[in-house]
Design a binder for this molecule. Structure first.
Ligand code: GAP
Length: 524
């Protein structure tokens, strides 16, 4: 801050550090220590660069970005309208058009372009060349080719020479011309070792998840776990976001808390149990079942995560859910649900829970050439009991099920052959949460203002953070009533000493007792 700060990077002070640590600890406790089917991992931030080629991040982890030809600022194209709606100049123009329409008086906009617009949007065509811009826009409207809606009106007002440039998209900051969107890779790049060359490029991880996939086999071979089981990790992730916004909601350095929960593919479940339990409304999610297919596991984790949020003070009244539509899904995902929080700036994603199939493990198997399949004794034993006819029926059904994914009969048979030998790549359910986002949500949910009357009868509005006790940075405050009574101070110190080893506490003997309480209320 003393150097002006850096957009998208945040520090937490003494209270924030405690609060964030408490949140991190509750997640770890709930997701690993309270369970016998999840183990932890702590991987390095910089990993072998091929990890990011295999995961698809090198080729596709990008956001569409435009640059303003005038002020040179960068704008994430898919956030263009949201940014436009926040600008003074767009709001000022909105006041000049008939509400709910794109109709306007040319003379009024001309006046705006020659006056107020100069300060608000100096590079807008309407401001740089008002007469020309307004006259062609009016002409187009007369010919019935005017802006289709209010959004398009801004594009018309940003266009000076339609025949040469086509319709221009204005820069939200200055009204200038934005370039066409181009993909901008969000990974921070660096080099390891003393020489900077193409051969030693490395990346700061954009998610913690990939480390779990590449260490999957090591964990499986060295821990007493078997599918279904999970690997959890908490750690820093970095994304060179084009427009970090809303405090810590979208930052460039942040912490993720991710679980990759590995399950049997539905085909293996069917071979072992003769059927696959699929999701149906009202199904019991309180105890897991070996016959569950991925749909049930996915729902189970949505339920588990909802319970977790409730345990830190974020109940269903402040949460919402967005089940992604097929066209919204990432190419590797079968289903994704976003858990949303009602932030003061809008209802936005807190956590994503994706069913990722075997996409990641199969990519890493392909790129590394290392065998990542697991051997499942139960599967092998079940298959050994099948007749040749039953195996053939299984392959037929497999082929029918997979036909729509353009899988040939030979590919289905090869996959079935692996299953018959007891081998498969596990599928994955991934609850992925952001720690900083959660801290922001917890603060927003806890924030309260109350009006109280002081000793002199004066009403004042005070800030109170109503934090859940598990999250509160200070658990207990110890105040001797009078600091000049040695026996009271000695007793208070004794209490302090007995508690300090167990929790974060605060000792305070200065000032009126009411004020000391008050300070604690304020920090939650
Ligand atoms: N491995 C899956 C994955 O990374 P994601 O939806 O990109 O999925 C998961 O990220 C979570 O990480 C988000 O729900 C959010 O809480 C957090 N997150 C992602 N980008 C963030 C950013 N720029 N700033 C703060 N938190 C972010």
């Amino acid at each position: 801050e003393i150097y002006g700060g850096l957009n998208g990077f945040w520090d937490y002070g003494p209270m924030g550090a405690e609060l964030k640590r408490n949140l991190r600890d509750t997640w770890w406790q709930t997701m690993t220590r309270d369970r016998d089917d999840v183990v932890g991992l702590d991987a390095s931030i910089i990993m072998h660069p091929t990890v990011w080629t295999a995961s698809g991040h090198v080729d596709t982890f990008s956001d569409p970005m435009s640059t303003c030809k005038h002020c040179k600022k960068l704008v994430r194209s898919d956030q263009w309208w949201a940014m436009m709606a926040e600008q003074n100049w767009t709001q000022s123009i909105a006041e000049l058009i008939e509400p709910g329409t794109n109709r306007f008086q040319p003379a009024v906009l001309l006046k705006w372009g020659k006056g107020k617009g100069k300060q608000l949007a100096p590079n807008l065509a309407l401001v740089r060349n008002p007469d020309v811009t307004i006259s062609w826009v009016a002409e187009e409207i007369e010919k019935g080719r005017g802006p289709a809606d209010a959004t398009e009106l801004y594009k018309f007002l940003a266009t000076e020479q339609m025949a040469i440039t086509g319709l221009v998209t204005p820069c939200p900051h200055c009204g200038g011309e934005l370039t066409a969107p181009r993909p901008f890779n969000l990974m921070f790049r660096s080099h390891y070792g003393p020489v900077e060359s193409e051969d030693n490029i490395c990346y700061l991880r954009p998610e913690t998840a990939q480390a779990i996939f590449v260490q999957f086999k090591n964990v499986l071979d060295s821990s007493r776990v078997k599918v279904p089981f999970g690997i959890a990790q908490i750690g820093k992730a970095f994304r060179n976001e084009i427009t970090p916004r809303n405090y810590t909601f979208r930052s460039r350095e942040f912490e993720q808390m991710e679980l990759e929960f590995f399950i049997r593919p539905d085909d293996a479940v069917r071979l072992i149990h003769g059927q696959v339990e699929k999701w149906r409304e009202g199904a019991d999610l309180s105890a897991t079942s070996p016959a569950w297919g991925w749909e049930m596991w996915h729902r189970y984790w949505v339920d588990q995560r909802t319970k977790y949020y409730d345990s830190v003070g974020l109940g269903t009244d402040v949460l919402d859910y967005h089940w992604q539509k097929p066209e919204e899904l990432a190419h590797y995902a079968r289903a994704t649900v976003d858990i949303l929080f009602k932030f003061p700036f809008g209802t936005e994603e807190l956590e994503g829970i994706a069913a990722r199939g075997d996409f990641d493990l199969s990519q890493h198997q392909k790129f590394s050439g290392k065998q990542l399949e697991v051997f499942d004794e139960e599967l092998k034993a079940a298959v050994d009991k099948l007749s040749d006819e039953q195996k053939k029926e299984f392959i037929d059904k497999l082929f029918e099920d997979r036909k729509c994914a353009d899988t040939t009969r030979e590919e289905s048979a090869a996959y079935a052959d692996k299953l018959f030998k007891g081998f498969y790549l596990p599928h994955v359910i991934e609850p992925s949460a952001g720690l900083d986002r959660m801290a922001l949500a917890v603060l927003a949910a806890a924030f309260d203002e109350e009006t109280v009357t002081d000793e002199k009868g004066k009403a004042e509005t005070r800030t109170v953070l109503r934090l859940h006790p598990r999250i509160a940075p200070v658990k207990c405050a110890i105040f001797p009533l009078l600091k000049n009574r040695p026996e009271l101070v000695a007793k208070a110190r004794e209490v302090e000493a007995s508690l300090r080893r167990h929790m974060n506490i605060f000792y305070d003997e200065a000032g009126a007792i009411g004020r000391r309480y008050r300070r604690q209320d304020e920090i939650g």
